[in-house]
Design a protein around this ligand. Structure first.
Ligand code: SF4
Length: 335
């Protein structure tokens, strides 16, 4: 018997292609776990990507690679709706209606907009300003109960909630549901430089689908406790990024051993990293096998996305009929 679900969760991520350890530990792992208790709707946000990408040449391939990774890692399409944002165009329509109840100043005051405008002063486009409105449309179109958010994304969700209140007030309706926050601990996963958040653009990432040899090579490049210069120097695991990964991928006995031995120079960084690479490859082996299997039949991945599109579209169209009615627009016949 299937367990009753506690509500609908929605989350979206831009198509960034092959996923890395930072994506896995920071988001995907949580997406997989949420499937146990919630009806999950996961969206590959390719339209959002258009606000910042310079070239769309790889957008389709990146969408495919990301879906492939998510499926191989454990997103279960039989129960979870996995779809591509641009394929459910109702979101653009809802975005337009929501934009009518959103003061422009509120958007240009958002710290994320200011940050993006700083990053790409040559391309401050209209879509970039309206990004939070589109994000709100993404969430509310699917009658979402909960959105998993880390501390840094809370202002975005608050914006979405306020926009829903403005819409419902303006049109004297209760069509749109105010999404609740599902506070989530999003660990900050540092890259192999041990300084900055793991990211492809900084080339400090470890790709999940890399070969065991490539993974080992990347792990061996990881920056350790900077104060440990020679093998005979005692180290401090508390400031070492390698140790942070051991805590996730190694056994409790190995973690305790490293914690003790590093401090008295009983283990060297080379051996410590080799152990991590071994455990990481072991952990990722089933996923890599599954990924290789799925990748042999790309059509299957696209079919999963097509099935997700149909299921997402059914919910979206129902919401939009209610929205059109609330706004005072004619309903679309035959839907
Ligand atoms: Fe880091 Fe391991 Fe080296 Fe200690 S022994 S500094 S935990 S890599």
């Amino acid at each position: 018997m299937t367990k009753p679900k506690k509500g609908r969760v929605f989350s979206a991520a831009r198509p960034t292609g092959r996923q890395h350890l930072g994506n896995y530990l920071g988001a995907i792992q949580n997406y997989i776990a949420l499937q146990e208790n919630y009806e999950c709707v996961y969206c590959i946000a390719d339209v959002h990507a258009l606000t910042t990408v310079e070239s769309t040449e790889n957008l389709r391939q990146n969408t495919y690679e990301m879906a492939l990774d998510w499926l191989a890692l454990g997103i279960r399409p039989a129960e979870t709706i996995l779809f591509v944002q641009s394929q459910v165009p109702e979101v653009m329509e809802l975005h337009t209606y929501l934009s009518m109840v959103t003061p422009l100043g509120k958007l240009t005051d958002l710290p994320t907009f200011k940050e993006k405008a700083r990053q790409q002063p040559y391309n401050i486009n209209y879509g970039l300003v309206g990004y939070p409105v589109l994000m709100t449309a993404d969430i509310v179109l699917y009658k979402t109960d909960l959105v998993p958010v880390g501390v840094d994304q809370q202002p975005h969700l608050e914006f979405a909630r306020e926009t829903v209140r403005s819409f419902n007030y303006r049109y004297n309706s209760n069509v749109l549901i105010e999404p609740q926050m599902k506070a989530t601990e999003v660990p900050k996963v540092l890259g192999i430089d041990g300084q900055q958040k793991m990211s492809k653009s900084l080339d400090n990432h470890i790709e999940l689908a890399a070969s065991p040899e490539e993974t080992t090579q990347r792990v061996m490049q990881m920056v350790t406790d900077p104060a440990r210069i020679r093998r005979t120097d005692p180290g401090n695991p508390d400031v070492c990024n390698v140790f942070s990964f051991h805590k996730v991928f190694s056994s409790p006995a190995e973690v305790s051993m490293i914690d003790v031995e590093c401090r008295r120079a009983g283990i060297g960084c080379v051996d410590c990293k080799k152990m991590l690479a071994h455990n990481l490859n072991l952990h990722l082996a089933p996923y890599r096998e599954q990924r290789a299997r799925l990748d042999q039949e790309p059509d299957q991945v696209w079919e999963v996305l097509e099935d997700g599109r149909k299921r997402a579209d059914t919910i979206a169209e129902r919401t939009m009929q209610e929205v059109r009615e609330a706004v005072g627009l004619p309903k679309v016949m035959g839907k």
